[in-house]
Design a protein around this ligand. Structure first.
Ligand code: TIU
Length: 220
């Protein structure tokens, strides 16, 4: 058993029953010309977490732990993209439109690939998800159940959108969830701070938070 001095109280986990879940660390959100920028965001803020994510991914792999990568991705015919999602707001480019990195948020396009430094290895779980949550309309829960996974350690982007949604979905499915504070980022720093607070409030109502150095120390 491994124990992290997490907030709001220690987080205990066994590596064999814990998966590292990296949410949507794809070019669409962290590079110029993708979905994130099309919504009017400064994507540079998100790039700062990539080294910490990389260190955690390397250490988790070296420990032999289960790794899950997700991508927010739609089918090329957009049959899994509700019009309400595509038509929301007034972005420069909408989902499915052709951008500098290919069609926005469409599976298989260059912008939809996970950033090279975090690219999935053969054997790792890769989930293309049409929603903000990683469990909605995906086989993730069944895949984790098959492997006996009970605990999930989260990183990825953005904190208050796809990460928090996925953590809440996981929490309702009975997983003990930890969010790595320095492996997640938002386009809005205040939203990240608020999300960390609300996740761990009320006795870890959604889950725990800790830092990547704490996890790295525990793994080595
Ligand atoms: N816009 C925003 O902050 N996020 C998303 O649309 N998707 C994810 O968080 N992956």
């Amino acid at each position: 058993m491994t124990r992290l001095a997490a907030h709001p109280f220690p987080y205990d986990f066994e590596l064999a029953t814990t998966a590292l879940v990296l949410i949507d660390l794809q070019r669409d959100f962290v590079e110029p010309g993708g979905f994130g920028e099309s919504l009017g965001n400064d994507v540079r803020l998100l790039q700062a977490i990539l080294p910490a994510c990389s260190a955690v991914l390397d250490a988790w792999r070296a420990s032999g732990g289960t790794v899950v990568h997700t991508r927010e991705a739609h089918r090329p015919d957009l049959s899994d993209c509700p019009p309400a999602k595509r038509n929301r707001g007034n972005p420069r480019l909408r989902i499915g439109d052709e951008g500098p990195m290919g069609r926005i948020l469409v599976a298989g396009e260059p912008g939809n690939q996970i950033v090279p430094e975090l690219a999935p290895l053969a054997g790792e779980i890769v989930i293309d998800k049409p929603g903000k949550g990683a469990f909605y309309a995906t086989p993730l829960h069944e895949l984790l159940q098959d492997q006996g996974i009970t605990h999930l350690v989260f990183g990825g982007v953005t904190t208050e959108v796809c990460v928090q949604t996925s953590m809440r979905e996981a929490n309702d499915r009975g997983y003990d969830c930890l969010l790595l504070e320095d492996c997640t980022e938002s386009y809005f720093p205040a939203f990240k701070a608020a999300t960390l607070e609300m996740v761990r409030a009320q006795g870890a109502i959604v889950g725990w938070t800790a830092t990547s150095p704490q996890l790295l120390h525990a793994l080595t």
